[in-house]
Write a protein that binds this ligand. Structure first.
Ligand SMILES: *Cc1c(COP(=O)(O)O)cnc(C)c1O
Length: 381
């Protein structure tokens, strides 16, 4: 079976991790700050806080701006559940903004209308998590303007989008947001096995993120409430967690990030092959103004006339490891119990019914690409 996604680990990556094993520190050593610096250099953000998963990153992003009980967070229904769960971890409520059927990202017009309604009901969200679905950036400029108008914290869930560009900059630079969260799960642009990071240009948010990722504890004298009683002294100022990334994981991250251009370029060239090969098939292909702006985390087609389950099963029978991204979050049983209903976000639901994710991962062989192309043509004919 050709998988829908897969990591690419080479000998350099292996050596980088093995090297750290004989260091004095295998966690809280030098690899983590070095990885954070590399992330800042690559994205252009001022601060990076590495954590043990993208989900932890979303959680501390919410904590760092004081999201809590009585607050509301909005996000996209077409995402991984973590984009919404982060609000519930903090005791806040979740609501969703429907997608634009063309970009499949949060629709700035829907957002504008929903905000105008929310202000009347005194139900404005405190934070908005936008998701760069499949690796295509949301249209951040109008979203930023709305966030500023209504004083909403803007968080980018860029788990799909390390390596993508928006308006001439790397996603992660935080030019139009307060924070950007990355994931380094093996199917993402680069991997640390498990891992993530939060990027920001705000020094206060960065300090807060760092505290929440490590028990709410600080060793920085300037942040302490009392005079240190000795060199051993630290203070717990907030209720934090242990969300730290280890030096083993960070070393892998440094090695992977050094090759991100090749990894993303490979994804882009496979995507271009698919776009050409499928241009005459009865499917809706991913749309974007510039193919090179997407990180091509996944290649999602929408069927126009065929039944999704039939096509999906036939492709799996042909050993094509298709998948579906995503079952809308508001239709998950847990969210149904919170009061969401089918029909709440019609564009998201219509998209889901037709969507299939085709295999796409770095350095997928020409033969593997050919098998995917031939299988889809055969099944749709
Ligand atoms: C992968 C992913 C996450 C969670 O990242 P983990 O590192 O697996 O915790 C969050 N949001 C989106 C959109 C993702 O794809």
């Amino acid at each position: 079976m050709i998988p829908y996604g897969k990591h690419h680990i080479d000998q350099q990556d292996i050596d980088a991790v093995v090297d750290v094993l004989s260091n004095q520190f295998i966690t809280q050593g030098k690899q983590v700050p070095a990885f954070e610096n590399a992330l800042c250099n690559y994205t252009g953000a001022d601060f990076a806080v590495a954590v043990n998963s993208g989900t932890s990153g979303l959680h501390i992003a919410c904590l760092s701006v004081g999201l809590g009980s009585g607050d509301i967070l909005w996000t996209s229904p077409i995402s991984f559940v973590a984009s919404a769960n982060c609000a519930l971890y903090c005791g806040a409520e979740v609501d969703f903004v429907d997608i634009d059927p063309l970009t499949r990202n949060i629709c700035p017009e829907h957002l504008s209308v929903k905000l105008a309604q929310a202000v009347k009901k005194n139900r404005l969200p405190k934070a908005l998590v936008v998701v760069h679905f499949t690796g295509v950036s949301c249209d951040m400029l109008p979203i930023r303007q709305l966030a500023q108008k209504y004083r909403i914290v803007l968080i980018e869930d860029a788990a799909h989008a390390l390596g993508a560009n928006y308006a001439g900059n790397k996603v992660g630079c935080c030019q139009y947001s307060d924070m950007t969260v990355m994931s380094f799960h093996p199917v993402k642009s680069i991997t640390t096995a498990e891992g993530g990071a939060v990027l920001t240009n705000d020094a206060k948010i960065a300090a807060n993120l760092r505290q929440f990722a490590s028990h709410g504890v600080t060793r920085n004298q300037e942040l302490m409430q009392s005079k240190p009683e000795g060199p051993w002294y630290y203070e717990q100022l907030q209720l934090g967690y242990n969300y730290r990334l280890s030096d083993l994981h960070a070393a892998l991250g440094i090695s992977q990030l050094a090759k991100i251009s090749d990894l993303v370029a490979s994804r882009q060239s496979i995507a271009c092959n698919y776009l050409t090969a499928f241009s005459h098939l009865p499917v809706k292909l991913p749309q974007m103004s510039n193919v090179e702006d997407s990180a091509w985390h996944i290649f999602v087609i929408e069927l126009i006339e065929h039944d999704r389950l039939v096509v999906f099963n036939r492709l799996r029978q042909l050993d094509i490891g298709v998948n579906v991204h995503y079952f809308p979050i508001h239709l998950q049983p847990y969210y149904q119990n919170l009061g969401f209903r089918a029909g709440d976000f019609p564009n998201a639901e219509a998209f889901y019914k037709k969507a299939i994710t085709l295999p796409l991962f770095p350095f997928m062989s020409a033969d593997e690409q050919h098998r995917v192309v031939q299988a889809l043509i055969e099944v749709l004919n």
